[in-house]
Structures are given as C-alpha cells and as structure tokens.
Design a protein around this ligand. Structure first.
Ligand code: ZN
Length: 262
C-alpha cells in the first residue's frame, strides 16, 4: 500500500498529465511551480489558467519581412492589435509549384496595397510548399505578428473576422480536391498555429479555433484540397503543443519530467 504522500504525488501527477497542456518551459520553472499548483495558490511568471499550465511552444523559424524583401515604403498608417483567438487558413490562388516564393510574397504584398488599397499585406503569415514561413503583416513588437503586449496584428484576410484571427496563407491553388498542400507546407502551418494558439492555452481542436476561410466567409478559399486536410492539420497542431499529454502513466517526456519533480 502506498503511503498517503505517495498517493497524493501520484494523483497530482496523473492530474497534470490529463488536465491539458503542460509545456516544458513551464516545467522548467521547477518543483516550486508544481507545489504552487498543488496548493492552488496563484503562480507568477507563468501563464496559469484555471488549473492549467500554458504550453511553452517555441516560435518556428520565420523569414522576416526584410528577408523576403518587403518594400516598407508601401505600408500605410499604423497597425491595430487584438488578443489572438483563432487561426484562419487560406490559399493564395497562385502557382502551387512556385519557382520563386519570395517574389510571389512580394507580388501579393504589392497587390494588396496598390491593387486593393489595404495598408499592408493581408495575411499574418505565408507559407510555401517547402515549408518556409514568411512574416506577413508588420507588427510593432519584437515577436513577429504581435505588439509588445502579445496581441496579434489585425490583418485583412477574412472580412468581418480579422480581429483576433491569425491568417495563414499557403502559396498555391488547392481548389481541386486532388491538389493538396505539401506535408512541409502543412507542417509549417501547424508550427505557426501551435505557437500562436498553444502559448495562449487555445486547443486547436476546439470548435472554431482553427478553420478555413470558407468557414466564416462565402468563398472557396482555401480550396477543397486544403480544406479537406484541416482535421489532420488540427491534429498535427495539437501534437506540437502537447506531444506527451496522452498516456495516463506518462511514459513520455512529460512523465519523465514529472517523475523528476514530484
Ligand atoms: Zn482566403
């Protein structure tokens, strides 16, 4: 029979494994954090929701605006920001087998400003078929797409649904359901989504958290070939947020970390 303390330890461990998303970064805060969680006292310095630890998902490599040659003379006005609450996926309706993706991003930028009259490129991020991620609409903080308070820059990618949404566009045309984004492109979208949603304790599987443009606006975007893969894309995103929150006994990395702390 385990003694009382051991039972408590195992119950807490199980609770942490099941309760949701526990990030390695938060765990790195150490046993003090976990005992704080156990006693229900508020913790400082980490994102604690209702008895949940917010995942520490690292930002993926992102090609900054300077890296893809954004013409900053095109920008008008100053951007607006709002708390991030979802990801909306798009296709750009350009060549799927793009020979010069950066040039295409520059062309989209110019078209959105000079053709559509918008203040900047519509999308928050663009990804290409090789899985490269391009910073989209300019923000004001050091973190791509955010201001200093962690709010997301408001784009112009989904009429009526731009505030709070991260618009991620995949270079290509996926209207034909036989033409789908590459695995590398989907992984890139998942990496952006995991970073933006996971760090805000938003489950990509929650209704509305990760959707196609057509789910909120009357449009074919992001094409059948992309839309059909959204369920898989949500799963890929969640896997990046909580790779080990699956087993009750926690044989994975998380279980090992908890073993070391509890
Ligand atoms: Zn769209």
């Amino acid at each position: 029979m385990p003694d009382h303390q051991d039972l408590q330890r195992r119950l807490l461990r199980r609770q942490l494994l099941w309760q949701g998303v526990v990030g390695a970064g938060a765990l790195a805060a150490g046993p003090g954090l976990l005992s704080t969680l156990a006693t229900g006292a508020p913790a400082t310095g980490v994102g604690l929701g209702a008895n949940r630890l917010v995942a520490a998902v690292a930002a993926p490599p992102i090609i900054p605006r300077a890296g893809w040659g954004a013409d900053e003379r095109l920008r008008r006005g100053s951007p607006d920001f709002a708390p991030i609450n979802r990801v909306i996926v798009h296709h750009t309706v350009t060549a799927t087998d793009e020979p010069d993706p950066a040039a295409r991003v520059r062309a989209i930028h110019a078209f959105h400003v000079q053709g559509n009259g918008w203040s900047d490129i519509a999308y928050n991020f663009v990804v290409d078929q090789a899985g490269r991620i391009y910073e989209g609409r300019a923000a004001s903080g050091g973190v791509p797409g955010e201001n200093g308070e962690g709010q997301g820059v408001i784009g112009a990618h989904a009429a009526g649904h731009n505030t709070g949404s991260v618009g991620v566009a995949i270079l290509g045309t996926f209207s034909d359901d036989r033409v789908t984004p590459s695995d590398a492109a989907l992984d890139a979208v998942a990496a952006v989504a995991a970073w933006k949603l996971g760090t805000r304790d938003i489950d990509p599987l929650a209704p509305g958290a990760m959707i196609g443009h057509r789910d909120v606006v009357a449009t074919g975007c992001p094409g059948n070939g992309c839309q059909n893969r959204l369920p898989e894309l949500r799963e890929r995103t969640r896997a990046r947020i909580a790779p080990t929150v699956v087993a009750e006994d926690g044989d994975g990395l998380l279980g090992g970390l908890l073993d070391g702390l509890l």
